[in-house]
Design a protein around this ligand. Structure first.
Ligand code: ADP
Ligand code: GLC
Length: 478
């Protein structure tokens, strides 16, 4: 058993913009249940201030010096379900409308990194393992080795870097290395952290952590190739020995159709026929779709970006709407995709609806009320939406990439095995053919459909197995 500090830029139940927050909200909880000391640290964003600050306790305030950054950090804390959370307060850096996408993101997360390391000394807490997530925290292992080279307490800690999405690398101009990260330019000139003529936070994380993981086995292999490597494949290859994939689970307390208070009717694997019918009806009513039990309702809950394969859907939209289906889409992202979906809603009233925005409650209702869930991703490190939809008995239609390949078992009409529908190539015709096959099974093979729903609901999407793998990984470093 060990003590682990999770360092991340977002995490439930406090703040979420994507699947990273789900993982940070659930994995530490599971580790604690199994006897570990797991803690989490993240920035204190405006949204957390507005919703949670009253319940946070002020822990300490200290100076943060890193390069030309000379400022102050305050740490707040709270405990939820056995997990201790720390929040780094800096109004200038974090109390803004959004989370990322600002010109000074490099500086903001340089500050965050230094504040995290300084806090350890302030509260005299030195975990066995610092588990960093994504580029925002990529500089931590190097900064720890560089700034605290003579401090045993810092040097005894082991570092794990988990890549949730290689497409986001935290690439910034080289001067940040000296100005904000307080490190010698030698790391740039000798090529160590140099990337595309600047510096890359993620590259540093990959090179200086003791272990590197990503969130599915298939993605761990894919990122070593040119196709998926985002120009980082060579760097990853140099760490291939220490690189592994551990698939995500979901928070089965939060995502449970039997207890979910946001649903019109609760259900489990024994009562899904009536349960899903009631939820479908409620969703159709709420969204203005024609209320009908017997039409295939396809859902999508997603960031609307190229990664998620939404352009395939845009390409085939009219062909899809020519089928006997209803469509409900929830998501925000690229404006042109949002506009395409608004058009579809306009053209196919009561058959297609698009909710432009972020809506937790509606997400639950879509997972429960739909029959199928579309996720034709170009690449998908793990993907949580397909796991959630399986748990809610909504059959995923996915492309066989990354975690989608590892978690969705394709329907086999002979053995009746399967938890969804899968297609291999990133190609709109292939996707459409698989959707048509799904439509056929829904209308013509009704018993098989029910078997698949039961299979999907019984699939193990919990953290159980993956937690064990993280324990093994942590143990392997000592
Ligand atoms: P990614 O992290 O790449 O966006 P994942 O499938 O890992 O993809 O996780 C996405 C998470 O965010 C899921 O929990 C999904 O339900 C949620 N989500 C995505 N878009 C929205 C939205 N518009 N409203 C509510 N939840 C959303
Ligand atoms: C990233 C990936 C997604 C993964 C999530 C959590 O956002 O895009 O596939 O599920 O991180 O690991």
């Amino acid at each position: 058993m060990s003590s682990v500090l999770f360092v991340a830029s977002e995490g439930l139940p406090f703040i979420k913009s994507g699947g990273l927050a789900d993982v940070i909200g659930s994995l530490p909880k599971e580790l604690v249940r199994k006897g570990d000391d797991a803690r989490v640290i993240m920035p204190l964003y405006l949204k957390i201030v507005n919703q949670h600050k009253e319940n946070l306790e002020k822990l300490c305030t200290f100076d943060v010096h890193s390069g030309n950054l000379h400022t102050v950090a305050t740490i707040y804390t709270t405990v939820r379900e056995g997990v201790t959370y720390y929040f780094v307060e800096h109004q200038g850096y974090f109390e803004r409308g959004g989370l990322y996408g600002y010109d000074d993101d490099g500086e903001r997360f340089a500050f965050f990194t230094k504040a995290v390391l300084e806090m350890l000394n302030q509260i005299d807490y030195f975990p066995d393992i610092v588990h960093c997530h994504d580029w925002h925290t990529g500089m931590l292992a190097l900064m720890c080795k560089d700034h605290y080279a003579n401090d045993e307490r810092y040097q005894n800690m082991k570092h794990v870097m988990t890549i949730h999405n290689l497409a986001f690398q935290g690439n910034f101009s080289a001067d940040l290395l000296y100005n904000c990260l307080g490190m010698d330019m030698k790391y740039y000139f000798d090529g160590t952290v140099r990337f595309h003529n600047g510096i890359s936070y993620l590259k540093a994380g990959i090179l200086f952590s003791d272990k590197v993981t990503t969130v599915s086995d298939t993605y761990a292999h894919e990122i070593l190739t040119k196709e998926f490597g985002e120009n980082m494949e060579g760097v990853l290859e140099s760490r291939a020995w220490d690189l592994s994939g551990i698939v995500n689970g979901i928070d089965c307390d939060l995502w449970n159709p039997k207890t979910d208070s946001l649903l019109a009717k609760n259900y489990d694997v024994k009562s899904f026929v009536g349960g899903k019918k009631a939820n479908k009806r409620a969703l159709q009513e709420a969204m203005g779709l024609r209320v009908a039990d017997d039409v295939l309702l396809i859902g999508m809950v997603s960031r609307l970006t190229w990664q998620k394969g939404v352009y395939l859907l845009v390409e085939k939209m009219y062909e899809l709407m020519g089928q006997d289906v209803q469509l409900v889409i929830l998501g925000t992202g690229e404006t042109n995709i949002e506009n395409e979906f608004k058009q579809i809603e306009y053209r196919f009233p009561r058959r297609a609806v698009y909710y432009c925005g972020y809506n937790e409650e509606l997400a639950h209702q879509i997972y429960a009320g739909c029959d199928a869930f579309l996720m034709p991703s170009l690449f998908e490190p793990c993907g949580l939406s397909q796991l959630i939809s399986m748990r809610y008995g909504t059959l995923p239609i996915v492309r066989e990439t990354g975690g989608l390949k590892d978690t969705v078992i394709p329907y086999n009409q002979y053995t009746k095995e399967g938890t969804g529908f899968t297609f291999a190539n990133f190609n709109a015709d292939e996707m459409m053919n698989m959707i048509k096959y799904c439509i056929y099974v829904y209308y013509m093979q009704k018993e098989d459909w029910k078997t698949l729903v039961a299979n999907a609901m019984k699939a193990d999407v919990s953290w159980e197995a993956s937690c064990r793998k993280y324990f093994e990984l942590y143990d392997s470093m000592f």
